[in-house]
Design a protein around this ligand. Structure first.
Ligand code: PLP
Length: 965
């Protein structure tokens, strides 16, 4: 048909077309959904469920939305304002070559980056295998028995090691020793963490470690200025003085030198950044922590363990969860929830790809080039204060320090200022012969340059011979079998094929906001202008990041109603921690440091009480009423009881039950009357953006989870970004970063190793806001609420909707952006548990909703705005079919102990076994809905036994023999 009708150009250009890509619900779907809910318009729904008294005063003031191509072009121009020099700065961040097969098939692959934290073991076997490889890599290289996967950065890992040592050590001392060649940003974060806990940090030369009377000492190996010392005598002396030894070690160096474990260290920490993860202005990178076997039950963070499935085959699951915040709350070993899974997977794959010999070759090359550089510099008359080195040389520059640094910059090189009179030069696997020539030239002063010819036959490294590593590492076949690209590609694919991520189906996890992570949002992450930047490069080279920071914080201020935001915290838990420190700093400035009571409702996320504990606060639990709201009478009573010592209340809004409490303003008023401040956990902002702003309705401090509401993918359990947001009078207390030369006296200390935390993933949220605009974001919020209410309405005839708003106009009662299905009554009638339903959903091709949080025996469903109606319906049909299956158990058609729910998930192996003894058919098991015949996810393992795994704790690669039976 010829198109002769004229259309307005604006309609054709439709600048906001991304909104329609991000939001999965079409206008005609919306009408259908509203008719199921029983309302006439989306606005009527919002009016029915969002309390009028919290509605925003004004719409958000954001720039008009751009298309994907326009936004990418605008961001490219901003990225171009970063100057990417070659970095010889070191200090915990190194150039690295990300193998292309890993870059494209993991870092840039939604099968890996859109997965969730592996709580549902059966659908997470692939990423857990990668994490077990990570743990094995860390334990092998550090020579210690146990490792987690993973820590947020080296600095916070060192701080957590300090508190681990305080928990497990026998010393009564409250002094912590930090050697003066520890990375400066590590020292700064350790100081931040130590203060509220009453720990005194002392620093001094390594040799003073034992004399400090400390409960533990933190040593760097090699030191920041390059010296590679035999730490064994120091560690022995620390032990003799009753302390524990923590060694912050470089994993690449450990391929050549004696491991911390063999030197006697109790705990090892560090970063895995140089194993293939670009510097990204400081993050995201996986840090590690390893410890002696006897401390394993006190180790912070996530640990993957090996257990067995229902058929006796090896299967992975998260081990020792009873240490963690979601179970142990204020008694947890740390507040870590989101960690750095994607970067940990990348580091582990780097080790798998290169293998032990490949890693040694890389390390030897770095060490040899360092020796060549040193030898040439000595020929040129330079003074090098240290005899030993792995990859870093300190070069005495006297009065010429500034001139040398400037001359290097003019050649496109960043060196480190090691002291007033010396510079540091750190090499890495990207260093070339030309680079070494250029470095020599900086110190030549007209002398003839040394030549490579004299080194052609090899050089002795500057590593002390006595420290040569003799122990084997990475001997497991997995590190010795995938060295060709073909094999590597297939290994990566075989693991991702085992897992369910957003690229296959909806992940309806309540409280986690598994929404679209658009490809256009992801593309800038690996642009060299963002990825190639060192966090401690001179500030004037970071103009692009500065602009990204200021634009994004400005937009987030609009979204939240707050006045100041820091993007430094690299997870929600870290944002909470920073926010509580800010509140305490404010109290202290008013002479009220004694205010240390933190009220937390019983329904709170586990990170809340765990963060409060780390800030030195005392948690007082407040009850919730029958509707799931904070019990105001109990809150009042607790406020009165603790009036003199009240620091703050920590609430989640909308609540963790997915409800808008109509009394929130009153609650804030009560707390304020008693001198306390209000912390609003902003992890549920997906129900608020554009509709209500915590900074307006009574919050003083919030954290956001950019990896929930603002589209940073979950990465299988990280990275995240947890910005801390504050009202005007708290702005002066936002986190500083003094080792990067940022911040005033009044500001709290650094909470992350890098000034901008996980800077490398901030472009994702920037792109999201830039392409959505104010109307698009508001529409996303309203659609998320619509979709949750649609699911509640469709499932209300089949399940109890727990804690709904009891709104008679709305079918299902009215919820916010998620709804809780109460399965406890079914347990009584059929013996079927919420966990059985979660596992049966796998047979239907779904990742389970959030299981037993915030209420045991329930499933919490959060659809988000990105899921199309077809997918919401597919989920509802699966849930309704499962309800029918439960009816068959209730009626006795299937026995309570043997039915498709109890035996779920069904593996192909189980289904193809010769003798089928179940009272239901194989078809019932595998294809309960016809649509599954067209597309089916097969669980790689049967139901994983959690108890077995904790009783028989094993957290390294499984010997191949375990699979032959
Ligand atoms: C996810 C979540 C957190 C923790 O955020 P992390 O980034 O995982 O540390 C805190 N509170 C609530 C309510 C959450 O849902």
């Amino acid at each position: 048909m010829p198109s002769t009708t004229a259309l307005p150009l604006a309609a054709l250009e439709n600048a906001s077309e991304f909104v329609a890509r991000h939001i999965g619900i079409e206008p005609e779907d919306e009408r259908r959904m509203l008719s199921v809910i029983g309302l006439a318009s989306r606005q009527a729904l919002i009016d029915a469920v969002v309390p009028a008294n919290i509605a925003r005063g004004n719409p958000m003031d954001l720039p008009a939305p751009l298309t994907e191509a326009q936004a990418l072009a605008e961001l490219k121009a901003i990225a171009g304002k970063n100057q990417v020099l070659k970095s010889f700065i070191g200090q915990g961040y190194h150039g690295t070559l990300t193998p292309g097969v890993i870059l494209r098939n993991i870092l840039e692959n939604p099968a890996w980056y859109t997965a969730y934290t592996p709580y549902q073991a059966e659908i997470s076997q692939g990423r857990m295998e990668a994490l077990v490889n990570f743990q094995t890599m860390v334990t092998d290289l550090t020579g210690l028995a146990m490792a987690n996967a993973s820590m947020l950065d080296e600095a916070t890992s060192a701080a957590e090691a300090m508190t681990l040592a305080a928990r497990v050590g026998k010393s009564k001392s409250t002094t912590f020793f930090v050697a003066d060649d520890v990375l400066p940003q590590t020292l700064e974060v350790v100081r931040t963490r130590a203060r509220p806990l009453g720990i005194t940090v002392v620093t001094g030369p390594v040799g003073d470690a034992a004399g400090a009377g400390a409960f533990a000492a933190l040593l760097q190996y090699p030191g920041v200025n390059g010296a590679v010392r035999d730490l064994k005598p120091v560690i022995d002396a620390v032990h003799a003085a009753g302390g524990l030894a923590i060694v912050a070690a470089d994993l690449l160096a450990l391929t050549l030198i004696t491991s911390p474990g063999e030197l006697g260290a109790d705990i090892a920490v560090g970063t895995t950044q140089r194993f293939g993860m670009p510097m990204c202005n400081g993050g995201p990178h996986a840090a590690y922590m390893a410890c002696k076997d006897e401390f394993k039950r006190s180790l912070p963070g996530r640990i993957v363990g090996v257990s067995v499935d229902a058929h006796g085959n090896p299967a992975y699951r998260l081990a020792l969860q009873t240490r963690e915040q979601h179970i142990r709350r204020e008694k947890a070993t740390s507040n870590i929830c989101t960690a750095q899974v994607l970067p940990a997977v990348i580091a582990s794959m780097y080790a798998v790809y290169h293998g032990p010999e490949g890693l040694k070759r890389i390390a030897r090359r770095v060490a040899s080039y360092t020796a060549v550089l040193a030898s040439g510099l000595k020929q040129l008359g330079c003074k090098l204060p240290h005899e030993s080195a792995f990859d870093t040389l300190e070069v005495t520059t006297g009065d010429h320090t500034a001139a040398v640094l400037a001359a290097a910059r003019a050649k496109g090189f960043n060196l480190r200022q090691a002291s007033r009179t010396s510079v540091g030069i750190t090499l890495d696997e990207t260093t070339s012969r030309d680079d070494i020539h250029t470095l020599w030239a900086l110190f030549a002063n007209g002398q003839l340059l040394p030549s490579f010819a004299q080194f052609e036959q090899g050089v002795a490294t500057l590593l002390p011979a006595s420290l040569e590593r003799t122990s084997a590492f990475l001997t497991h076949p997995v590190f010795n079998a995938h060295h060709s690209e073909t094999e590597m590609l297939r290994y990566i694919r075989s693991l991702s094929d085992k897992d369910l991520a957003l690229d296959r189906s909806m992940i309806p996890l309540g409280s986690c906001t598994m929404k679209l992570n658009a490809t256009s949002e992801m593309i800038p992450v690996t642009w060299p202008e963002f990825a190639g930047v060192h966090p401690f490069a001179p500030r004037d080279q970071l103009k692009g990041y500065e602009e990204l920071d200021s634009l994004l914080t400005g937009w987030l201020c609009q979204a939240t109603g707050y006045s100041g935001i820091s993007l430094q915290p690299n997870a929600g838990s870290q944002g909470e921690y920073a926010g509580l420190l800010i509140i305490q700093a404010w109290h202290a400035a008013r002479g009220e440091a004694h205010r240390t009571i933190c009220l937390i409702p019983e329904s709170a996320h586990g990170t809340n009480p765990a963060s409060a504990q780390m800030t030195g606060l005392q948690v007082v639990v407040v009850k919730c009423d029958a509707e799931g709201n904070v019990d105001l009478a109990d809150l009042k009573a607790k406020c009165e009881q603790h009036s003199q010592n009240l620091s703050c209340v920590m609430i989640t809004y909308p609540s963790t039950y997915g409800l808008f409490d109509t009394h929130v303003k009153e609650l804030c008023g009560i707390v304020r009357q008693h001198g306390g401040r209000v912390y609003v956990d902003g992890a549920n902002m997906n129900a608020l953006v554009g509709v209500a702003a915590p900074g307006e309705f009574g919050g003083d401090v919030s954290h956001l989870n950019l990896h929930k509401t603002f589209c940073i993918p979950h990465g299988g359990g990280g990275p995240g970004v947890g910005p801390v947001c504050v009202v005007q009078d708290l702005v002066p207390y936002l986190p500083a970063h003094r080792s990067a030369g940022l911040g005033t006296e009044q500001q709290i200390g650094a909470v992350s190793a890098a000034p901008l935390g996980n800077a490398g993933v901030l472009p994702i949220s920037w792109m999201y806001v830039r392409m959505m605009g104010a109307d698009g974001l508001k529409q996303a919020t309203e659609t998320a609420i619509l979709s949750a209410n649609y699911i509640a309405a469709r499932l209300a005839d089949h399940f109890d909707i727990h804690f709904s708003g009891n709104n008679p106009e709305v079918k299902g009662g009215g919820v916010a952006h998620e709804c809780i299905l109460d399965l406890r009554p079914l347990k009584d009638s059929s013996g079927v548990t919420a966990e059985d339903v979660a596992k049966r959903l796998i047979d239907y091709g779904f990742h389970a909703p959030t299981l037993s949080f915030p209420v045991a025996g329930t499933l919490m469903v959060e659809p988000t705005e990105s899921e199309p109606l077809k997918e919401l319906d597919r989920f509802c049909e699966a849930m309704i079919a499962i309800r029918d299956e439960i009816r068959k158990v209730e009626s006795g058609t299937w026995p309570r102990e043997d039915n498709p729910l109890k035996a779920a998930p069904h593996t192909t192996e189980a289904l193809l076994k010769g003798d089928w003894t179940h009272p239901y058919s194989r078809e019932d098991a595998a294809y309960p809905l016809k649509s599954l015949r067209l597309q089916k996810y097969w669980s790689p393992v049967g139901r994983v036994d959690n108890v077995y795994g904790d009783r028989n704790l094993f957290c390294s690669c499984v010997p191949l023999s375990a699979y032959d039976h």
